[in-house]
Design a protein around this ligand. Sequence first.
Ligand SMILES: Cc1cc2nc3c(=O)[nH]c(=O)nc-3n(C[C@H](O)[C@H](O)[C@H](O)COP(=O)(O)OP(=O)(O)OC[C@H]3O[C@@H](n4cnc5c(N)ncnc54)[C@H](O)[C@@H]3O)c2cc1C
Length: 405
Amino acid sequence: MLSTIQIKRDTYGTEDHQMVRQALIDFLSKEAIPHQEEWEKQKCAPKSFWKKMGELGFLCMDIPQEYGGSAFDFSFNAMILEESRRLGIDFGQAVHSDIVAPYILRYGNEEQKKHYLPKMVSGDMIGSIGMSEPSAGSDLKSLKTTAVDKGDHYLVNGSKTFITNGYVCDFVCCAVRTNPGLPTEGISLLLIDKTLDGFTTGQPFDKLGIKYQDTCELFFEDVKVPKTQLLGDEGMGFRYMMSDLPRERIGIAVESLGTAIGVVEKTIQYVTEREAFGQSIADFQNTQFKLADCVAEVQVYQTFLDKCVELQIKHELTTEQASIAKLKATEMQGKVVDECLQLFGGYGFIWEYDVARAYAGSRVARIYGGTSEIMKLIISRGIFKEHYMAKKQAREKQQEAKASV
Ligand SMILES: Cc1cc2nc3c(=O)[nH]c(=O)nc-3n(C[C@H](O)[C@H](O)[C@H](O)COP(=O)(O)OP(=O)(O)OC[C@H]3O[C@@H](n4cnc5c(N)ncnc54)[C@H](O)[C@@H]3O)c2cc1C
């Protein structure tokens, strides 16, 4: 369809990748695409769909076999994210497979891993991540949900907001304050099961886009969370979250690429079919130049993101690199989808057209997982690291000199 321009990825080109990719396309075409409207009304994808994803092995693909997974590398997870988005499907599996499961694998004890991971792989349990609060989004350090040590349990009080999968999930990996006196070292992660008394959720929010990826508030009122639910060490939560953010961010970048690829493909098809002034929309030079730009953007990002995925597989992707990937790929997604929507004319504004859904859904990529401004802060810190180190050392020397006078 795309003649000599290949925008559909074949980076993940092993036979296994191709088999999984085709199985996913077949599955989503039958089990997800036709149900989007219904799920949008319900504001979430049903648990039965998660279970089917699990049965076919599409959840948590890189979890080791001893915990029920397929032990594939991260490129399979990336491919699932990209391909789902290419088809316009987004139901919150990135949070489940690429944030929560890796936390448990990396920081959980044996009992926690055996309890949660196999059920996450099979889709019997859905996970969510609870960082953001009404007064703590970008500034995570100021989170207020407390977990007070009561001997054999923590007493948890507070609330979380904007939690993806919050409504359908069975548990939340939740950032709580275990020591009010310490800003970062006072934060810990708890695995909090939905069944516990005092744990309630709001209704899923009415969102601008990604309407069946449920997003809601979580409330904790005197919830007794057994001490055995502490993930890793007490006081290490903030450090754990910071060290795992590159994976979340490269995941979002890959999803952005997938959306852009899908929209460009659909636009190429549309402009060849639609006519105006006695010719197809594709025959206008403006259309050709716009799509040439879009295809070029997509190809440039494919190359860069492939490199990032490779680094992530080797656990070598840095926070700065992941931030660059997220910042730029999400911007590219916004730009490409906007240009493509224009080529659809009025139809691009109609919800039943995938490009309208993609347009609405794209906006949040520059907000969640750390806003674009926060990405720029992280990248700037990397650029000026030595400059500020030198300033700090000079200040310390000055203070030493003053003290010795
Ligand atoms: C659909 C959706 C799903 C989400 N899923 C989850 C989830 O599963 N789990 C979870 O924990 N959170 C989730 N979030 C929350 C998301 O991560 C936050 O919305 C995001 O981190 C921004 O926080 P905030 O909304 O409080 O904005 P604020 O932090 O209030 O920021 C407002 C504005 O100020 C800017 N700003 C803030 N600080 C600075 C600074 N230092 N310098 C320059 N500008 C700054 C921001 O960039 C932004 O433009 C989700 C959000 C949405 C919309």
